[in-house]
Design a protein around this ligand. Sequence first.
Ligand SMILES: [Zn+2]
Length: 248
Amino acid sequence: MNSLLSSGKSPLLVGAVGVAVGLTLFALGFPSSSVPVTIATILLFCTVFAYVLSSLENVKLLREQFARQELVCLDFGLQLDDTGALSVLAANLGTSSFLLSELEVRTQERPNPQHLQINVVVPAGTLSHIPFDDRIFHNLRADAFVHFDVSLKYRGLAENHQTRWKGFTVERRPHRQLEEGFTGLWGVACPKCSRFDFMGMNTEELPDLDAAWRRQAELENDLEASCPHHHSAQLLEPASTRQLVGVS
Ligand SMILES: [Zn+2]
């Protein structure tokens, strides 16, 4: 009732109740007429209807508030410390804690994700550092650049989810460096003549490996179609490609 009186409908209700009381007194004065009683009944019905509507609004607001409290707001990234060790940074920007259950990693050469168990609870409003098991890099061929993307699986109060994939590059020589997105040479070869010729793909604004593989497929189609000249809008300029692989 308090919320009802505090809402904008209270003057209307007070007026309706006043009119209803007046009509009732009027009906008592003229017991033979049914018109005042009918009007009073209609006003009563309107009052009840307004009350039900307002209660429904309150229930909806409560539901929205609960849903917002259960919502998981997770932001994450990778960090490289002075010793060259990688860790995952996971920030809980929501109002409820969640469990980080798994880290998934894909590399340019391995589209099938590798699963690393985490099982760390991230309390609301905190940042967690989770050591990143970078043995995945050991089995790769000795490229200067490792292109990979990661995604986190988590469990909240109401949901089980997986974040989007985020692409990163680790440059291994001369010392380990981490970059967001894909940098360095993403080598491509012509599918028709198999020539490599230091050809590199433009990797600007690629958010994850799915986008990179799609662009690579487009580029290979262009190379095949223009063989042996090898033209494509997705190809890096030869000069910058040579710089990336350290050829003068
Ligand atoms: Zn070719």
